[in-house]
Write a protein that binds this ligand. Structure first.
Ligand code: C6P
Length: 407
């Protein structure tokens, strides 16, 4: 059991008010709040050893470089990678997925296929779509069933010898569904394709072991896992990363340059062109320390209990529709819903007046919204600092909105 009252004390923002109400932050799928240790780690860098990495021989640069490299090591251990060279720092999950789309598809031929799912965030759809148009590649989509889960029989029929890449979200940012990416990786590998996992949501909520998942690539952002914005990571199997061409070119990613040619640096520098997000990498490193201290297993089981309670309470509200699995198994702490007679944006605004932050809209998943037959929804997403009182407050405020709208 997590001690939520103690955990809350680590997050300065949670002590604040919104419209004269205590803040209840339920927009964690968009971004998480940051513990004091992350804020302090970044401030310490700027106050005590701010310098560029990998370029200077002076003390500050040495310290900054050490911390920056340690961040790679910590992230590698956190997700069970073999070594720090398998961790490429990017701006966010979106940039990591763009990196993959451009570098992996470069060598593909017209007519070859990429398999995605109907529940992808735009960040794991648009990059593949755009490169597919350019190269004449074919995109196919694994269906989402009535149970809000991937149709694995459909996946089996889609993944064939023409398939070169399978890319799926690990946890849907709308449905909360946790996808069987290990199974998908098996199917992909059986056909000689590579498996990409969009771990933007799962990284913050589940213990991740990329070796166990046997995915070839795993992309995520720091800001959803208590870290700062401006830093994300791409895990890739070393043998694959070594064979891939760089994505961005410039300083920091080279070994030797002449006027007409360049030899590239070793991993991970080969994929980290330009001055990286140093303070952000140090912040991410502190976020990993914090999550490890609490324990990812403990966070996952806390959220399971919370989501069970939230599903029970919310589904008791007349006129509510919840988009996502009913049961808590293989389901994350995200609940997308609509209340009959209230536009999701109006609902989110009313909740905000009560100090409750939720998201409303299409959640960057327009094709999924079409599949569900809606334009958008409200979405409450929970994390380690939320508890049943937050759920009760949400349910109470929805009740007040219903009275206001006579819904
Ligand atoms: N979803 C949400 O409110 P970035 O923006 O690069 O940090 O993450 C992109 C991304 C990729 N995949 C999934 C499954 C995601 O949920 C997100 C981000 C946020 O749902 C912002 S739109």
């Amino acid at each position: 059991m997590l001690n939520v009252a103690e955990i809350k004390k680590d997050f300065p923002i949670l002590d604040g008010n919104v419209h004269k109400n205590n803040l209840i932050y339920l927009d964690n799928a968009a971004t998480s709040q940051k513990p004091r240790s992350v804020i302090t780690a970044m401030t310490r860098y700027y106050e005590q050893f701010n310098a560029n990495v990998h370029s200077g021989v002076h003390k500050l640069s040495e310290l900054a470089t050490e911390e920056y490299e340690r961040a790679h090591e910590k992230v590698a251990r956190f997700i069970g990678a073999h070594c720090a060279e398998e961790i490429i720092f990017t701006k966010n999950a979106t940039e990591a997925l763009n990196l993959l789309a451009y570098t992996l598809c470069k060598r593909l031929k017209a007519g070859e296929e990429i398999i995605l799912t109907e529940m992808e965030h735009h960040s794991n759809l648009v990059p593949w779509q755009q490169i597919a148009k350019e190269k004449g590649l074919i995109l196919r989509f694994i269906r989402v069933g009535k149970d809000f889960r991937l149709d694995l029989d459909h996946a089996r029929s889609l993944i064939t010898s023409k398939t070169k890449i399978v890319s799926s979200t690990h946890m849907s940012n709308v449905l909360g569904t946790i996808n069987p990416v290990k199974e998908l990786a098996k199917l992909a590998h059986g056909r000689g394709a590579v498996m990409v996992v969009d771990g933007a949501q799962s990284i913050a909520h589940l213990p991740i072991n990329v070796k166990d998942l046997d995915c070839d690539f795993f992309a995520f952002s720091g800001h959803k896992m208590l870290g700062p914005t401006g830093i994300g990571a791409l895990y890739g199997k070393k043998a694959l990363l070594e064979k891939m061409d760089p994505f961005l070119f410039g300083g920091g990613m080279i070994r030797e340059v002449t006027l007409h040619d360049t030899q590239f640096a070793d991993l991970p520098a080969k994929f980290e062109a330009g001055t990286p997000s140093i303070a952000e990498a140090i912040g991410l490193s502190a976020a990993v320390d914090y999550l490890k201290k609490i324990g990812m297993e403990a966070i996952a089981s806390h959220e399971q209990e919370l989501i069970r309670y939230a599903l029970k309470k919310l589904s008791g509200i007349p006129g509510i529709t919840i988009y996502g699995p009913n049961e808590t198994v293989q389901r994350g702490a995200v609940i997308a819903f609509n209340v009959e007679g209230i536009h999701p944006h109006d609902l989110a605004s009313i909740l905000d007046r009560h100090g409750i932050a939720v998201r409303a809209g299409n959640h960057c998943t327009m094709p999924l919204m079409n599949r569900l037959g809606i334009n958008g929804s409200a979405r409450a997403s929970f994390y380690l600092y939320n508890d049943v009182h937050d759920v009760d407050a949400l349910v109470g405020a929805i009740g007040k909105a219903k009275t206001l709208f006579k819904a």
